[in-house]
Write a protein that binds this ligand. Structure first.
Ligand code: NAG
Length: 331
């Protein structure tokens, strides 16, 4: 809005500037909506790791590094759900340079895959979601390397937040620092009551660097976010639910995947919806939350207009008239 104020001053000028901004935002939304289909989609059941050049090797650290993120396309009644599973057990899923790179590649591939309807982010490691940044690796980095690594992590988490489909973080174990920042970039968080969550960086004399200072207050409110960050507090699932950090809390089960199961149930509720409408709705909400209501409504108007000419909308209305389930194609 600083730009709007500079442009228009008060009154009508400001309003015009706002509308210009809204139009610009809407144009961006339209552009974002259309960016969807550049890179070839990943095929069903194939891990992203397998699509990478050196995946043929079954030896050495390279092959192992590619197993640090498991990408699964689910089938049957879960078709359309893609599960990203952190799998770096020896380091409690700590975000290393490699793991960030793997997440970035996976997110990049998902961005343009029209078959994807919902993404679930989980951990394949029992009791741990993600312990945050890899501080052992960090200790060996030069300070100039640290800031470029953190901006890479921040950019990757941002890309995750901007995925055009719904994203759900299933937190079955500890999520600290960058791990919680990753979860905060998802649209919805579900956690086991035993899971421990916190942004503990202030204890290490630094601040959350991958979106935590921005996404936490937007999620739970300014005052509570400050309290959590100032105290470096770690909360369990019940407390996380009571402050609105997560949407659902579940009792952990024997397999240790109760949050994942809850996330899948949620994802299944999203599957029957019109894919274009889902993408546009997410975009309208994400962009609208960052601006004033008048601008937000202009963004909504622009987004709504994008759904009018779609085949999905015509199919949806026809299916309603004919009292049958719609057959959406994401067009
Ligand atoms: C997870 O990582 C381990 C090595 O730590 C590997 O043996 C296993 O195959 C990986 N799992 C998946 C599903 O990629």
């Amino acid at each position: 809005m600083a730009a709007a104020a500079a442009l228009g001053g008060l009154g009508l000028g400001l309003l015009r500037a706002r509308l210009r901004l809204a139009a610009a935002a809407a144009a961006t939304s339209a552009a974002l909506c259309r960016t969807g289909h550049r890179t070839p989609p990943l095929r069903g059941g194939v891990a992203a790791a397998a699509a990478l050049p050196s995946a043929g090797r079954s030896y050495g650290s390279q092959a192992k590094e590619e197993e640090e993120l498991r990408v699964r396309y689910l089938d049957d009644e879960h078709k359309g759900i893609v599960v990203l599973g952190l799998n770096r057990s020896h380091a409690k899923n700590a975000l290393s340079k490699n793991l960030v790179k793997m997440i970035s590649k996976a997110v990049d591939a998902l961005k343009s895959d029209k078959k994807v309807r919902t993404v679930v982010f989980r951990s394949e490691v029992p009791g741990i979601f993600c312990a945050g940044a890899d501080l052992k690796e960090r200790a060996k980095m030069h300070s100039s390397e640290v800031s470029s690594f953190v901006s890479r992590a921040r950019a990757t988490i941002n890309e995750l937040a901007n995925l055009p489909v719904p994203t759900i973080a299933a937190i079955d174990g500890t999520a600290l620092g960058g791990g919680l920042e990753l979860a905060l970039a998802c649209d919805i968080r579900v956690a086991a009551s035993s899971a421990k969550m916190g942004l503990v960086e202030t204890k290490l004399a630094i601040i959350p660097g991958a979106g935590g200072t921005q996404r936490l207050p937007r999620t739970i409110g300014v005052s509570l976010a400050k309290e959590l960050i100032f105290s470096a507090r770690i909360v369990d699932g019940e407390e996380a639910k009571s402050i609105g950090l997560i949407s659902h809390v579940v009792e952990q089960n024997e397999a240790g995947d109760a949050a994942y199961r809850r996330a899948l149930a949620l994802a299944r509720e999203f599957l029957p919806q019109g894919p274009v409408a889902m993408r546009v709705a997410k975009l309208a909400i994400n962009q609208g939350m960052e601006v004033d209501l008048v601008t937000g409504l202009a963004i909504e108007e622009a987004c709504y207009a994008q759904t009018i000419p779609t085949k999905d909308r015509i199919e949806g209305l026809l299916a309603f008239k004919e009292k049958r389930p719609p057959r959406y194609k994401g067009e």
